[in-house]
Design a protein around this ligand. Sequence first.
Ligand code: ADP
Ligand code: MG
Length: 508
Amino acid sequence: MDKYIKVQKIGEGSFGKAILVKAKENGKQYVIKEINISKMSNKEREESRREVAVLANMKHPNIVLYRESFEEGGCLYIVMDYCEGGDLFKKINAQKGVLFSEDQVVDWFVQICLALKHVHDRKILHRDIKSQNIFLTKDGTIQLGDFGIARVLNSTVELARTCIGTPYYLSPEICENKPYNNKSDIWALGCVLYEMCTLKHAFEAGNMKNLVLKIISGSFPPVSTHYSYELRSLISQLFKRNPRDRPSVNSILEKNFIIKRIEKFLPPQLIAEEFSHKVLQKFGPDASPVKRPAQGQHLASAAPAQKITKPAAKYGVPLIIKKPGDGAKKYYEKPLLKCRQARPSPVKKGKPGEERRKMFEEAAKKKRLEIFEKEKRQRDQISFMKVEQMRRLEKERMDRINRAREQGWRNVLSTGGSGETKMQQQRENIKVAEGKEAGLREKQSPEHVDRRLPPGVHPGVPNGPEGHHHSPDADAIRKRVKRLEEVSRQANANRLDCGCVGLSRVLV
Ligand code: ADP
Ligand code: MG
């Protein structure tokens, strides 16, 4: 920390503080995130360090740049660029109900997608996409921030953070106790797009229970016809209940009204690096993309079908006709008989030795071709199997990670089991992670305050009619909601009711 001078604290999440600092070295301003890791297990601490190392490698014009990280006094510090333009949440609030132009919305959205593509292409999930984590630089460029911070946290703190702070971006699958996946990020992306178009949250309610029911039902107020059909239709696609039905970030970027704006934000060289030719083809004749085969594509099928006139060209190896007696012998010795039987065509008269030699050579050539073909088929098959195996292993790995990460959700949302013990444990964890926060409420920025619940109302207090949703699994959902409310209540109690940022839109 001695390399930096503290300017001011700019925020406090459940994970720790965000501090604006000035580097002694160059006088530049940075933001430092302080995360208390002293109460984490050794394994969790190691994990956090690894995650931070991953973050440090993310370099993209639309991602807040991570400068460095270090540990001091039981805290992990992550240093990143300071975005002087503030966050999108503040920008939206500052509109005071005046809608943004479609141009503005799509320009911002494209940049968010480019950032998310960079992250997802590296098999990393953001896990905390929200307008408060999308920043504007001095020149108006959008930068996605705080990605991976969620991964640095343990799942209980992460859960509490979601329950207390900003639950609007929860996806139906998370409400239904299913694992977080890339499409959960896409859901949150939909929430941000909706927010940019309407200046409101898509899913709002006065308490956690009703919010979860709304999210699960997937119904949201329509977007103004001020915006084009394609933009409104994209929002509906992002809000598909089934994660599989939501488009990936790559397919969003392929949409015509999106793709044509990419060149505005990324230099051609970076476009070439970031995109496979499949997407780049649509940039027009001037683009000179680096062509990459699609990930995991079968090597053999990647080659275009073409008429082969020269076998050597086809197999990529010179076909030297070996003389009888050398290494080729083993190929032709046996099949020669077959070959002779199979080719009853009259042999021209000449020197019998010469004819015989020619015949040997022809047979050997044919056999070599057959063997080359067979070997190539085998090689292709092996690489295909390897690719498949790698894909399967990667999927299993991601499933394992997701399962582990969602453990906190399962503890809270599962309807049976040792609920009380787990809740006690979570209370302890939340206390530890947020122990320093008491009394901070009044220091929060006005924007935060104006979106907080009024006194006496918090996500844990149900105030709506019960049982008016008649889905087949309504009971299970109700039980899960109860759990969520319970955690939320406990967390709030620990925080002295200081963390309900974000719920005031419910009430305005
Ligand atoms: P959260 O994301 O949970 O709201 P943070 O601690 O990440 O809390 O952020 C707290 C405040 O600091 C927010 O108002 C956010 O806009 C601001 N902030 C965070 N990171 C940056 C950054 N890199 N540049 C500018 N402002 C930032
Ligand atoms: Mg943040």
